[in-house]
Write a protein that binds this ligand. Structure first.
Ligand SMILES: [Zn+2]
Length: 393
């Protein structure tokens, strides 16, 4: 009970920020002396600090505020379609420092990608304040990931099949920690659920658009993984089987083939040489008839996909991330029309539609949360081991 309490309390201040002992006692359903004991253990391990509140506006002795330590951090990595990112993310979720590199669409091999990220990670680690402790590594990858070891089973945009991304990045970082890897849309869903547009929604669908469309579904507050961790490939839901555009997966008329970046740019009659987020945004914001027609048509296909998802999962919220963040606001009328037409009335009563609040950082933030997962499950053990390793390093 005490052990679970440590993780629950630490998770609370990690996700919700500095919180008074009184509020923690109320939210965790524990008495104040138990909260005091838990906080003392976490403080002794260097994971939280306690301080006087600045001004409570109330009479009487104020309750001490518990805040996450700014000396505990993870290294988070993001392999996205057009960029490679690494960041030092503090307990509490703040991105403290980051490094970005542009990634060519021409593709790159494992050695090149891992080389860039490992160099970023080592320089972020070296630049951290001397009394800081790194407690984990988490990475987001735009492909299908084996959860146990971070193996990229299938990374369509770079043509990767069974590449040992997690193991190799951990080896090259050489900081004595494994790299936990997740699919970018799964991690985006988790990040939006915990820190973004999905706060307060325990049932939500996150759609992440880029070249393809990935998905993450939160059911009852938990990520829906599937049997092998490869679930929620929402981009390959068939929406247009007869006349659909060919999909990178070999099928035809998949959602991502109809609403992804290439579909939008082709439908808007943009040259084949144009690609990327800026090109998508330019079409979404353009006023020429081709662009307006393209956004409407994409919105209709997107609406069919979303209608199917609402009928299947009865989510309280659907979030549009990645390039769909730029496309959805201009095509909301078509999406809503499809929902009105194709979703069962009782399922559409309460559903909200929003764009991602974390923007392009959603996947990186999700990677950081993966990096914190072991600490939050076993705070004292993980902090103790990491501190000892750091001292003897
Ligand atoms: Zn497909």
């Amino acid at each position: 009970m005490l052990k679970n309490g440590l993780g629950t309390l630490l998770r609370h201040v990690h996700l919700h920020g500095p919180t008074s002992r009184a509020v923690l006692a109320e939210r965790m359903g524990l008495n104040r002396s138990t909260i005091m004991a838990l906080t003392a253990e976490l403080a002794a391990a260097g994971l939280v600090r306690e301080e006087q509140p600045t001004d409570t506006g109330k009479a009487g002795r104020p309750s001490l505020v518990v805040r996450p330590s700014d000396r505990i951090y993870v290294l988070a990595f993001d392999v996205a379609v057009d960029r490679l990112v690494a960041a030092r993310v503090g307990l509490g979720g703040a991105i403290l420092e980051r490094r970005d590199a542009v990634r060519s669409r021409a593709g790159a091999d494992l050695d090149t990608v891992v080389g860039v990220l490992a160099e970023f990670g080592r320089s972020l680690h070296a630049a951290a304040p001397p009394d800081s402790v790194c407690v984990g590594h988490g990475a987001s990858y735009c492909g299908m990931i084996r959860p146990g070891d971070g193996m990229v089973r299938f990374g369509p945009d770079m043509g990767w099949v069974d590449q040992a991304f997690g193991d190799e990045l951990g080896r090259r970082l050489d900081l004595g920690l494994p790299v936990l890897v997740g699919n970018e849309a799964h991690l985006g869903a988790l990040a939006e659920h915990q820190r973004g547009a999905g706060i307060g929604f325990d049932n939500l669908v996150y759609l992440h658009g880029d070249v393809g469309v990935g998905g993450g579904i939160i059911v009852g507050g938990k990520l829906l993984n599937g049997d092998g961790g490869y679930g929620c490939e929402l981009g390959h839901m068939i929406v247009n089987p007869h006349d659909g555009r060919p999909c990178g997966c070999g099928s035809r008329g998949c959602l991502e083939a109809e609403v992804g970046e290439r579909a939008l740019l082709d439908t808007a009659n943009r040259p084949a040489a144009l690609f990327g987020r800026d090109a998508v945004r330019a079409v979404a914001e353009a006023d020429d008839p081709d662009a307006r027609d393209a956004v409407r048509r994409i919105g209709d296909w997107l609406g069919i996909g979303v209608a199917n998802l609402i009928n299947l999962f009865n989510p309280g919220l659907v979030i549009f991330g990645g390039m769909l963040r730029d496309v959805y606001p201009r095509s909301a009328a078509q999406v809503r029309a499809r929902i009105a037409k194709n979703v069962l009335a009782v399922s559409r009563e309460r559903v909200h539609l929003r764009v991602s609040a974390l923007g392009d950082d959603a996947t990186l933030v999700g990677g950081a949360e993966l990096g914190f997962s072991e600490l939050l499950a076993n705070p004292l053990e993980v902090a103790g081991v990491r501190r000892a390793t750091a001292i003897h390093a």
